[in-house]
Design a protein around this ligand. Structure first.
Ligand code: DC
Length: 220
């Protein structure tokens, strides 16, 4: 049995996983893995290298070579600060496309396991519970309706001064949901033993509290 506990939080795009997982990690003093950022980094790297998103073989090779580091809340790719550059909608869509290749997923396994450091880890993504950390102490599938998620993303972008149309966001989000759930390699799914947390009617604090309560009862 692995001694370092993992809380796996999976769910669709814009479900609030990142915010909730970060807060849970802070409360417990655990490390945090944003696995989506890794796929976004590979998406950006492959775009910079002008590789066709369909070319899984070449992107898999590139993914193994990328120098990725997380420092003080900033994300570096080959020593360049790309924290904001990887958050655009177009990189999100490209990330979803390149994440469908098993070569790319294989290339990122080692780096994800490397985040499992004492005293514990909160990992967020699509396949944290099913593939990367199947022995996680607690598995949560965090979700909300597509409309709620589109609304949340809309507010975030508007607050950042980025102008977008709600219906475009909803459309992109549904496109990514379909692709992330229907791909052959590690599709987004509710893993065996995972607890589903529907957050449409919950505040961030309520969602965090629920997960902390579940964790407490698992380790009690
Ligand atoms: O969580 P996110 O929106 O930052 O993730 C971007 C894309 O990366 C998402 O559309 C699918 C992919 N992804 C994945 O396939 N597996 C993960 N564990 C995390 C993200």
């Amino acid at each position: 049995m692995h001694l370092i506990p993992v809380i796996a939080i999976d769910g669709p795009t814009a479900s609030g996983k990142g915010t909730v997982a970060t807060l849970v990690a802070e409360k417990l003093g655990f490390h945090y893995l944003d696995s989506g950022a890794l796929y976004r980094l590979v998406a950006l790297g492959s775009e910079n290298a002008s590789i066709d998103p369909q070319n899984g073989l070449e992107i898999g090779v590139l993914a193994k070579k990328l120098a990725i580091s997380f420092k003080n809340g900033r994300i570096l790719l080959n020593s360049e600060d790309v924290t904001e550059a990887i958050r655009t909608e177009s990189i999100g869509l490209r990330a979803s496309a390149i994440a469908a290749h098993s070569e790319v997923r294989q290339a990122l396994i080692g780096i994800q396991h490397g985040f499992r450091v004492a005293p514990g880890l909160v990992a967020d993504g699509r396949d944290m519970a099913s593939v990367i950390f199947p022995d996680a102490v607690l598995k949560v599938f965090l979700t909300a309706t597509a409309e709620t998620r589109a609304q949340r993303r809309y507010k975030q972008l508007i607050a950042k001064g980025i102008s977008v149309k709600l219906e475009h966001l909803l459309h992109d989000l549904q496109e990514r949901d379909t692709r992330d759930s229907s791909r052959g390699a590690a599709p987004l799914l509710v893993a065996d033993g995972a607890k589903v947390l529907e957050t449409s009617e919950l505040s961030i604090d309520q969602a965090v509290k629920k997960i902390l309560d579940w964790y407490e009862s698992k380790i009690a």
